[in-house]
Design a binder for this molecule. Structure first.
Ligand code: COA
Length: 161
């Protein structure tokens, strides 16, 4: 399947998306477009070229600021600029085929490009559960010492990859 990642469009079929987690399904169905219109977040979807309106997976990014107290590593001011990876989900019909990794790599590349124009210290994610935290740790995200399901990845680490 040839899959492309692009920004969410009005005509996309958001209702048939099912990643197995109700809150993630509801978000793409009812919230993503509204947030896009209000410039609160940008949603990117993966779609096969054979079914361009069907969402196989998605992620959303939003600008944020993060308290650095729980971050190990470089000395930083108390608050730092960050991009929140607000959602990342793959339809159950495509689980285990590398699409989650493809979406995550695309998201990190978008952040890297943005950081060349606007300072971004790190990417932040709030994992749904310990399993999801394991997924992010696999790609170098580290947990905050004071909130183990909140993880961060410095842009400097993405640059070195
Ligand atoms: C988590 C999720 C995005 C992974 O997507 P996917 O397309 O199935 O994952 P991939 O096939 O790209 O897997 C990439 C790697 O991550 C691992 N992985 C996948 N899901 C994982 C999980 N839940 N926990 C830990 N590792 C996981 C895979 O084993 C694979 O590693 P390998 O290459 O060493 O075998 C998907 O299961 C999903 O949408 N879950 C429901 C929503 C969710 O939990 N999102 C996380 C947001 S907080």
């Amino acid at each position: 399947m040839e899959t492309q990642i692009r920004q969410l469009r009005e005509g996309d079929d958001r209702n048939s998306f099912d990643c197995g987690v109700d809150s993630m399904n509801e978000w793409i169905r009812h919230v993503a477009n509204q947030h896009q219109k209000k410039n609160l977040s940008r949603t990117y979807v993966a779609a096969a070229s054979s079914a361009p309106r069907t969402i196989a997976g998605y992620y959303a990014l939003a600008a944020t600021a993060v308290e650095t107290d729980g971050m190990r590593g470089a000395k930083l001011p108390r608050s730092a600029s960050a991009v929140l990876l607000a959602r990342l989900a793959v339809d159950v019909r495509h689980h285990g085929q590398g699409l989650g990794e493809f979406l995550l790599m695309h998201a990190l590349n978008v952040v890297l490009k943005a950081s060349g124009r606007v300072g971004v210290q790190c990417v932040i994610v709030d994992a749904l559960d310990d399993n999801a935290a394991g997924f992010y740790r696999k790609y170098g995200f580290e947990p905050f010492t004071d909130a183990p399901r909140r993880l961060f990845l410095p842009v400097a680490t993405i640059e070195q990859a």
